[in-house]
Design a protein around this ligand. Structure first.
Ligand code: C5P
Length: 238
C-alpha cells in the first residue's frame, strides 16, 4: 500500500538546534524526510546533519549551491560523501557548473540526489525583469529545467504552478515541490496548492514547513497531510 510518508519532506525551519531536536523527537516515526536550510546549517554544520542522519532520516540539505564550476565541484565533493539524501544547486549557475556537480557526485559514490532550482519562486514578473531584463521568466524556467535534464541532475525543485513546464522540459527528473498547504490552511505563501492536487499534478515529493512546525498539534498536522497525500497517490495509482 502507498505510504504518504515516502512523499512528504518536513522543512525544519526553526530558530535553533535545541528546538529542532525537540521537534524531531516529538515527530519520531511520523516522518522520513527532513529538509535543512541555511539557518540550521549555519548553526549546527555537518555535526548536526550527521546527528539527524544517524536517526535514520533522509536528509535534504537546501543551500542552493551557486558558484564557479571548480568551487562547486569541491563543495559537492565534500557534501556528497556525507550520506545526504539530497542537495540543491542553482540551475542559474549554468551547464558547466551543473556538470561539475554531477562529476563530484559520481566521484563520491553517487548516493546523493542533486536537485536543480530553476527560478526562485519569490520572483514575480517585475522583480524578474529587473534582474534579467528582456528574458521572459517562463523562458528561463524552461531553459533551466532543460539544463537540469541535460546535465544529469536527479530532480528539480519548483512551485506547484511551475509543474507543467518543469515536467515537460525536465522530463525524467523527479520533482520536489514547496508552497504546499493542507486544504484548510492559509498563510503568506502566495503560489500554493494542496498536497492532493500537487501529487496529482505529478510531484514526487512535497515540502511542508509552517503548517506542521507552527501547528498546535504537530502530530495530527502531519497525519492529516499524509492522508491528503495518500488520496493523491490513490488517484495516481488507480
Ligand atoms: O513554511 P513553508 O511550508 O512555506 O516552507 C517551505 C519551505 O520550502 C521553506 O523552507 C522554504 O525556504 C522552501 N522553499 C520555498 N520555495 C522555493 C524553494 C524552497 O518555499 N522555491
Amino acid at each position: 500500500m502507498a505510504d504518504g510518508r515516502d512523499h512528504l519532506i518536513l522543512a525544519l525551519d526553526v530558530e535553533d538546534l535545541q528546538e529542532a531536536r525537540e521537534l524531531l523527537a516529538s515527530l519520531r516515526g511520523e516522518l522520513k524526510y527532513i529538509k535543512i536550510g541555511h539557518q540550521l546549517y549555519a548553526r549546527g554544520g555537518m555535526p548536526f546533519l550527521r546527528e539527524i542522519i544517524t536517526q535514520n532520516y533522509f536528509l535534504f540539505l537546501d543551500i542552493k549551491v551557486h558558484d564557479i564550476p571548480n568551487t562547486v565541484f569541491m563543495a559537492v565533493d565534500a557534501l556528497a560523501s556525507e550520506g545526504l539524501w539530497g542537495l540543491t544547486l542553482h540551475a542559474g549557475g549554468g551547464r558547466k557548473m551543473l556538470e561539475e556537480a554531477r562529476r563530484a557526485k559520481e566521484k563520491s559514490g553517487g548516493g546523493t540526489n542533486l536537485l536543480g532550482v530553476t527560478v526562485l519562486t519569490s520572483f514575480d514578473e517585475a522583480s524578474w525583469e529587473e534582474a534579467a531584463p528582456g528574458c521572459a521568466l517562463s523562458d528561463a524556467l524552461k531553459a533551466r529545467a532543460g539544463l537540469c535534464r541535460e546535465t544529469g541532475m536527479d530532480g528539480i525543485v519548483c512551485s506547484p504552478l511551475d509543474l507543467p513546464v518543469v515536467l515537460s522540459a525536465g522530463k525524467g527528473l523527479f520533482t520536489v515541490v514547496p508552497g504546499v498547504r493542507p486544504a484548510a490552511a492559509q498563510d503568506d505563501q502566495a503560489r500554493v496548492a494542496t498536497p492532493e492536487k500537487t501529487l496529482k499534478a505529478g510531484a514526487e515529493y512535497i515540502v511542508v514547513g509552517r503548517p506542521i512546525v507552527q501547528a498546535a498539534d504537530r502530530i495530527s498536522a502531519v497525519k492529516s497531510i499524509i492522508k491528503e497525500i495518500e488520496e493523491g497517490l490513490k488517484w495516481k495509482n488507480r
